[in-house]
Design a protein around this ligand. Structure first.
Ligand code: A2H
Length: 253
């Protein structure tokens, strides 16, 4: 664990009923995959959600109506942050593996895609955030490379039971323009650095270094309520709107 606490925004991605057999016990509740992000202003461009296929998740009661699917580790932290029906004690209604979640249709806040699907990502860390990650391939090199692999490799889709219609058509939604990188900065930086694999950690770290700070300080929103505003200004406004409307919660670890 870091000495410095990290504050994430948890995006409430609602599982669209009817639920599959493994989730049947949750029927009647509002069930969300809770994705930890540092980039709430990019949520317009979500194309899918990422889960770790062999990861262990649980469905935890946040209050009488709401259930979050995430790791037990993050559920315990949430229980100490007023996000558990029983204070300081997580209540797990169902244990689930990442494989149980692949293919779930989700409705995620402010995404231009009305329905997005949970898909496999093998580089998810179980000791960071909630183990659930939202995917924005326009602005995240990790997301871009992982989604491109699923789109271009039918064998990879078959291996994880991913249906073609969950990943195709592969439409990257431009949301932020960064001078010198355009409005699909993740794709551009991956091409420029000749990144060929989602597992090339070093090059992906370099790609992030090249775009993140510049995106924050010089990036301009090209969609949404704050179209034309700088990312630096839009980010806290979008974050507060998500929190106020109950579409997201804060989480620290
Ligand atoms: B970010 P930090 Cl558009 N394992 O959200 C792997 N990655 C995880 C994770 C986990 N358990 N939990 C969260 N993340 C990702 C959006 C985004 C993110 C964009 C651009 C960059 C970016 C959409 N994906 O992150 O190590 C989440 O992806 C750049 C690192 O705590 C989260 O924000 O700094 C970010 O990593 C948190 O990483």
């Amino acid at each position: 664990e870091n000495a410095q606490p990290q504050e994430y925004v948890l995006i409430k991605m609602e599982v669209i009923p009817p639920f599959p057999p493994k989730l049947k016990v949750l029927e009647g509740k509002n069930v969300y995959l809770a994705a930890a992000t540092l980039r709430p202003e990019t949520m317009y461009g979500q194309t899918n959600c990422w889960v770790l296929p062999n990861g262990i998740y649980g469905a935890f009661e946040v209050n009488d109506a709401d259930v979050f699917i995430l790791t037990a580790r993050s559920a315990l932290n949430l229980a100490y942050q007023n996000l558990s029906r029983v204070p300081e004690k997580p209540t797990c209604l169902a244990e689930l593996s990442g494989n149980d979640l692949i293919g779930l249709p989700l409705k995620s806040p402010i995404s231009f895609n009305e329905i997005i699907y949970a898909l496999p990502m093998l580089t998810i860390l179980t000791d960071k955030g909630t183990g659930i990650v939202t995917s924005v391939p326009s602005d995240s090199p990790d997301d871009f490379m992982a989604l491109q692999a699923l789109v271009t490799k039918p064998a990879l889709r078959a291996k994880f039971g991913v249906k073609d219609e969950w990943v195709l058509p592969f439409d990257i939604i431009p949301i932020i323009n960064i001078p010198g990188f355009g409005d699909k900065s993740a794709e551009k930086v991956c091409v420029d650095l000749k990144i060929t694999s989602q597992y090339d950690k070093e090059k992906l770290a370099e790609a992030k270094r090249m775009t993140y700070l510049k995106g924050f300080t010089e990036g301009v929103m090209v969609v949404g309520e704050y179209n034309g505003r700088k990312v630096e200004e839009a980010k806290p406004l979008i974050k507060n709107k998500l929190l106020e409307e109950g579409l997201a919660v804060l989480y620290s670890e």
